[in-house]
Write a protein that binds this ligand. Sequence first.
Ligand code: SF4
Ligand code: SF4
Length: 347
Amino acid sequence: MLFRVITKEAFRKFVNTLLSEIEIIAPRKVATDYTGRSIYHYLPVDRFEDVALDYDTTRFSAKTYFTPFKENLASYSFQNGDWTQSIRYRGVTRLILGLHACDINALLKLDKVMARGPFPSPHYIARRKNTLIIGIDHDPCAGGFCRSLGTDTVTHGFDLFLTDLGDRYFVAIDSDRGFSMLQEVENTEVTEDDRVEYSAVRRRIAKGFTTHVETHNLPNILDIEFESPVWAKWGAKCLSCGTCAMVCPTCYCYGVSQEFSMDFASARKNKQLYSCNLYDFARVAGDHNFRARTSTRLKYRYYHQHRGFVETYNEPMCVGCNRCGNACLAGISPPEVIADLHMEEKA
Ligand code: SF4
Ligand code: SF4
């Protein structure tokens, strides 16, 4: 890994230059909630002043720029007894600016499934290859437990990663593209003072976490507590709305449907994100539903995040962003559910 230092003024000019060349997606403040807390979304920006690099978290994750809620996989036309297929991949370069470490780690987990799994998605791979990423360090957000899952820092999966040192950024470079981008802007070698300040900032961030989730031995505990009343307790609250999976940066379950025009002259194959919490997620032909109970569906989402993914990839799928907990109208959040499981295990 290479490191450089760039002043904030030089970085502002750098982003403004990039804005004249490519689309930039960045955190933007869009509203304030009833408690006065700012609401941010990752959205296209036209000018540097619209970028809120000091945001805490976004309501939705950036996965929508890699695996959108709904996307067209292929279109078909039928003419003169023959048919043609059209598949379009996104080939236009864009930059996502200001991703936090947990969200970059989330993309690395999605890569394992969507780019290197048994059924890779060429649409995902095209978007991933054509997206530059500039990440940024931040103080822990309320309820975030990424440190418990080891995703509060990141060592790859970005082009540049910034740490705020007051009047300048300490910049980690993780790609040739990132190195080339920095050639366009004034930057300096890292000094001893920069190194000392960087370490102090990292220590401050690490100490700032107030939410801890005990993940030690969690896959085994989930198996031991498979029939635990914890699932009935939280399942009774769950509304089966699927919001948790929609806002999650790592939930990737989807369905594929085909639409035909009334005259059968054309058709489209669409992919749409889905949630294992929705009633019909495990419904099959004959109207048999393998997970008809809300508590079972809720349980399986936790099993996929903290046990199934571990079995396949040796790491949990959850990155601890707590977006699901923030978005859930029933007040269901991973720290509370997992704490309950541990208590059940100790009882
Ligand atoms: S856990 Fe919350 S967000 Fe998820 S489906 Fe249930 S009610 Fe909806
Ligand atoms: S399960 Fe919840 S806390 Fe974990 S990555 Fe998804 S949204 Fe974030």
